[in-house]
Ligand binder design. Structure first.
Ligand SMILES: C[S@@+](CC[C@H](N)C(=O)[O-])C[C@H]1O[C@@H](n2cnc3c(N)ncnc32)[C@H](O)[C@@H]1O
Length: 468
């Protein structure tokens, strides 16, 4: 077979839900109504239909399915699973450059990566494989793909998931995204907001009612960021409402503080934000993020408010990095996590934890997970995380049949921080200490089932994930 007989368009599938890169962009808030999207190599256009239903202005081009649509720039451009179907490496670079030129804010690029699909029986062709349907597939290494992106676009790509990256046009925008994403992993704190509303005591019911939307917006910001907002940092309709009611912004802040902001939660939000910023900056430095020194104005305000000055922020970040490099401190943090019921320490001293509980770890350990996420991107399903700071590895295990007392794993994604690479493999294991990993009560049925299994299976107490 020659290049001329590779049928690229046959790779385009019918989708009933958003593709993974589009759905990640929606979940991270990059795509939302009001943002323009262009899908470069849109296949049959199902992503575009789904976006349109949600009110997002989206259009796309495809050499086979939509050749007559003109290329146009947009805030977000998606180059979704296109490069891996192109058999000619030089042509991949042309497509990547063309898509990057159209992206005013972010280019999303995705490919299939090694291990995603079995290749047994496929014929090698160029640097990839030919399938029985006459299509070509190149499976990239995550690190190799990152190099292609960096060299072609000239900016450091941000991993969103294995094989899925975002390239930001502006460093400030990238910084805001990174910080919000790292914060986003604390999504469970949102329930505090709900509690707070239930407990609201209104000192000035009349005014508070009239400007309710404005004081809610101020309180929402305050409880996310641990400080009151600057007037620039609230939506314009807040100012419209205050102008209509003839209330100053400062007065609205006072009312919001008096009626909507629980002091304890405000302090907690400030402490969380301080730690988020430290973890964020430590990760920026560890990952040599090009945008580390270009915080957005809003982030600069956070830094001033929570640390006093950039200088003090830099000093505290260094402190953090020292803690990271100190195996005794990380080991102690892992032990504390296990003692607090957040996970289990295994036979090799590694911490095994459910991904949902990572947000509750101390900052030093969140940095480890953050480095892994930087290399691999987010893994969107729930999984088990094994932290191994001594060997500088983090491994993510996906569980099958999570409800079973002894769930099994199918694959693992090992992120090797030393080699800066991601390895996906079949990795069948049994989780024999689910109760510790999921934080179940000491008298639970699960714990006695585990004790029985240890006796009959002869596992020593320290095993957490046993190979099948
Ligand atoms: C696997 S499909 C992906 C389609 C869509 N982005 C999605 O995720 O559903 C690959 C698409 O790339 C298109 N394609 C092939 N060569 C291309 C090129 N040089 N530039 C843009 N798209 C191309 C094919 O026609 C095909 O529709």
């Amino acid at each position: 077979m020659t290049s001329a007989t590779v049928h690229r368009h046959r790779t385009a599938m019918v989708r009933h839900t958003l593709s993974q890169p589009m759905s990640l962009a929606v979940r991270h808030g990059l795509i939302r109504p009001g943002v323009t999207v262009f899908d470069y190599g849109c296949g049959q256009g199902d992503d575009l239909r789904a976006l349109a239903v949600a009110g997002v202005e989206a259009t796309g081009w495809d050499p086979h399915f939509a050749p007559d649509i003109s290329l146009q720039d947009a805030e977000i451009v998606n180059l979704g699973f296109v490069l891996n179907v192109i058999e000619d490496p030089a042509e991949r670079v042309v497509a990547l450059k063309a898509a990057w030129e159209l992206a005013r804010r972010v280019l999303l690029v995705s490919v299939l990566i090694v291990g995603a699909v079995p290749v047994d029986g496929l014929r090698r062709f160029g640097d990839g494989y030919l399938t029985a349907r006459g299509t070509f597939q190149k499976y990239f290494q995550q690190s190799e793909f990152k190099v292609v992106l960096t060299q072609t676009a000239g900016v450091e790509p941000i991993a969103l998931a294995p094989g899925i990256f975002a390239l930001f046009r502006s460093p400030e925008d990238e910084q805001d995204f990174l910080l919000e994403r790292r914060r986003g992993r604390r999504a469970s704190t949102s329930k505090y907001r709900t509690d707070r509303r239930a407990k609201v005591l209104s000192a000035k019911p009349h005014l508070a009612d009239r400007i309710a939307n404005a004081i809610d917006a101020i309180a929402k910001f305050a409880l996310q960021r641990g400080r009151l907002p600057h007037p620039d940092e609230v939506p314009s309709d807040v100012h419209d409402l205050l102008a209509a009611e003839r209330v100053s912004f400062a007065r609205a802040q006072d009312v919001s503080q008096g009626t909507r902001i629980d002091e304890r939660l405000f302090e907690r939000a400030a402490a969380d934000r301080r730690e988020d910023l430290l973890v964020h900056q430590a990760l920026n430095l560890l990952n040599r993020s090009r945008s580390a020194y270009r915080p957005s104005p809003s982030m600069v305000r956070d830094i001033r408010h929570h640390f006093g000055s950039q200088q003090q922020f830099a000093e505290q970040t260094l402190e953090y990095l020292h803690a990271l490099a100190d195996p005794q401190r990380t080991a102690a943090a892992m032990r504390r996590a296990a003692d607090n019921g957040l996970g289990a320490i295994d036979e090799d001293g590694r911490l095994v934890i459910n991904s949902r509980r990572v947000v509750d770890l101390e900052g030093v350990l969140r940095c480890y997970v953050g480095c892994a996420v930087h290399l691999s991107g987010d893994i969107d399903h729930e999984h088990i995380v094994r932290l191994d700071p001594l060997r500088r590895r983090t491994t993510l295990f996906s569980l099958t049949a999570k409800r079973q007392p002894f769930p099994e794993t199918s694959t693992s994604i090992m992120i090797d921080l030393k080699r800066q690479d991601v390895i996906i493999r079949d990795d069948p294991r049994v989780l024999v200490r689910k109760a510790d990993v999921f934080g179940m009560a000491s008298l639970s049925r699960q714990r006695s089932a585990e004790a029985d299994r240890r006796k009959s299976g002869g596992y020593d107490e320290d095993r957490v994930l046993v190979r099948m």
